[in-house]
Design a protein around this ligand. Structure first.
Ligand SMILES: Nc1ncnc2c1ncn2[C@@H]1O[C@H](COP(=O)(O)OP(=O)(O)O)[C@@H](O)[C@H]1O
Ligand SMILES: [Mg+2]
Length: 256
C-alpha cells in the first residue's frame, strides 16, 4: 500500500497495527482486514475502471444506509479515490459468505437450514417498504438494459448484442418493484451464528425487480429440489418461473 493511501486510511481508522489479506477474495476487488486501536475494518480496493465505478456505487449505498438500522449491511467509514485505485473502508464483519458456509456444511440438513434462512432473510427484505432514498425515478430494468448496452458498445462484457436485443424485445410482465440487493448470489450474503444475517457487496442495492434477486439467489442450488425447496420454505412471497430465471440469471446477469 502506498504511503499516501495509508495516511488517508489512517485519518479514518487510526494507526494501522496489522493488515491481513483475506483468504476469501472477491472477483472485482482486493479485500483485507485492518486492525487498529479503534477496532477491525474491511478495506476493499478496486483498480479497473468498471470495478472502480461499482465500488463508488457501493460506497454511495453504504453511506446512504449509515443511519438505517433496518437494512443489515456493513457500516460505512470512508471512500478514497487515487489515480490508480479506489478504496472503500467499512466495518469488518465476523462470519463468512453463504457460499463458504455451504461448502463447510457437513450434511444436507445443515445446508437446508442455511438456505432456508437465506430465503427468510431475502423475503423480509423484499417485503419492506422501500426507503425513499433508494427510490429512483427511472425504471430499473430500463436502466440495466441501458448499462448493458453501454458495456457491449465498449467491449466491457461477455454478453452479446444478440442476447441483449432479445432481452430488450421480450421483457417479462411487470411485478411490484421492491428494494433489491442487485447481485444477490450466495457470495454476497453473510452468515453469522448459523444464519444469513447481512448483505455485502451492495453496489446494486436499489428499488427494482425482486425476480432478479431470487433468480441469482437460487442459481447455485437450482438443480437440487431439496435445497430449492428449503429456499422457498423461507421465501414464500413469489416463485420465479423457468422463463424468469432464464431472463434474469441466464440473460441479464451475463452483462454484469
Ligand atoms: N464487511 C466485511 N467484513 C468481512 N469480510 C468482508 C466484508 N466485505 C467483504 N468481505 C469479504 O471479502 C470478500 C469479497 O467481498 P465482495 O464485496 O463480495 O467483493 P467483490 O465485489 O469483489 O465480489 C467476501 O467474499 C468476504 O469474504
Ligand atoms: Mg462479491
Amino acid at each position: 500500500m502506498k504511503a499516501s493511501l495509508q495516511t488517508e486510511i489512517e485519518k479514518v481508522v487510526g494507526k494501522i497495527i496489522a493488515v491481513e489479506v483475506l483468504g476469501e477474495q472477491g472477483c472485482t476487488s482486493e479485500v483485507c482486514k485492518l486492525e487498529t486501536a479503534q477496532g477491525s475494518f474491511l478495506l476493499k480496493r478496486s483498480f479497473e475502471k468498471r470495478y472502480r465505478m461499482w465500488l463508488a456505487e457501493e460506497a454511495k449505498v453504504l453511506k446512504k444506509l449509515m443511519q438505517e438500522k433496518g437494512i443489515p449491511v456493513p457500516q460505512y467509514y470512508g471512500f478514497i479515490e487515487e489515480s490508480d485505485s479506489s478504496s472503500l473502508i467499512m466495518s469488518f464483519e465476523n462470519g463468512m459468505t453463504l457460499t463458504a458456509a455451504l461448502t463447510s456444511a457437513e450434511s444436507i440438513a445443515e445446508k437446508k437450514v442455511l438456505i432456508k434462512s437465506f430465503g427468510e432473510f431475502l423475503h423480509k427484505f423484499h417485503e419492506k417498504e422501500p426507503l425513499r432514498m433508494l427510490v429512483e425515478e427511472s425504471d430499473w430494468l430500463e436502466r440495466q438494459l441501458d448499462k448493458a448496452q453501454h458495456y457491449v458498445d465498449n467491449g466491457e462484457t461477455e454478453g452479446s448484442q444478440e442476447l441483449l436485443n432479445q432481452l430488450k424485445a421480450h421483457k417479462p410482465f411487470s411485478v411490484k418493484q421492491t428494494m433489491i440487493h442487485g447481485d444477490c448470489t450466495t457470495d454476497n450474503v453473510f452468515v453469522q451464528d448459523g444464519e444469513v444475517r447481512l448483505f455485502i457487496d451492495v453496489a446494486g442495492m436499489t428499488v427494482g425487480d425482486p425476480r432478479y434477486d431470487i433468480s441469482l439467489a437460487i442459481s447455485d442450488f437450482i438443480d437440487s429440489p431439496e435445497l430449492l425447496g428449503a429456499f422457498y420454505d423461507g421465501y414464500t412471497r413469489y416463485r420465479v418461473s423457468p422463463e424468469e430465471i432464464q431472463y434474469f440469471d441466464g440473460g441479464l446477469y451475463e452483462f454484469f
